[in-house]
Write a protein that binds this ligand. Sequence first.
Ligand code: 8YV
Length: 326
Amino acid sequence: MSRPAVLVARAVFPEVVERLATHFEVEANPDDVIWSRAELIAHLQGKAGVLTTGSERIDADLLAACPGLRIVANMAVGYNNFDVAAMTAAGVLGTNAPDVLTETTADFGMALLLATARRVCESEHFLRAGLWKNWRYDLFLGAEVHGSTLGIIGMGRIGQAVARRAALGFGMRVLYHNRSRLAGEIEAACGARYVEKDELLRTADHVMLVLPYSAESHHTIGAEELARMKPTATLINLARGGIVDDAALARALRERRIAAAGLDVFEGEPRVHPDLLTVPNVVLTPHIASATRGTRLAMANLAADNLIDFFTTGRPRTPVNPQVLR
Ligand code: 8YV
């Protein structure tokens, strides 16, 4: 029997490609060429499955152009690159990569919070530029992290893992806002209290965004929300570009309407709003919150498991539209 053909749309760990090759006819993109949409569609011809990394838009047009496609396995927990309704209508399964990245991503949330509040990058640039002449009592005074109030918007797995670190490790008061309120025992386990978004914005010393991107969450933080935050507050975006209006944020940072921001994701990344590149009070990282070898390997292996299970047992591990399987 002929083996299904699978595309690996971006470079991933060679051992994962080798694993896939024991089950499938694999075409991989080892040089990590960023294909145009037309090129992606061309490479998808004759493929029954594809491993994606989250930046490939899978919608009705692409599905119509790739009639043999049956499964798209994202190596990411976020799947805002999927038009889930179009995929379901076309009978194409989508899978994501949850859980395996939760703790690593939450670690990075704390790293970004600490670096932002305590001005780690700004002070390092100052030192490297040879500007450090003397110890001074007011050199790079930052914001307190321990004992302060953290407001988390989006309280899924990663939000909860951040809350545990903040409450238990740093003695922070943790407020959260989410589409739905968590069960009491989950709130207690992560030491967090539900509040309305407005209260969170007005009272938090640090606001962290950990919610999925969708049409509803587009520009959850814009000029109006930034105006409600304390002038001493910091904003951390660990979620997706597009959740923050980056132009409005750059203005608020420049005018010191909030103290600082830490951003791992950007609207239209890898392009970064030019105004963000020129304000000093922002920490910028290139979408690396899940980037440890162990975690990225686990994410790639979970995407591979989903492809293998789909074609062998018909029971992929983490489907996002399981109704396609029935
Ligand atoms: C990924 C992420 O590294 O999982 C997600 O949703 O944002 C990151 O962990 C990125 O999407 C590329 O796969």
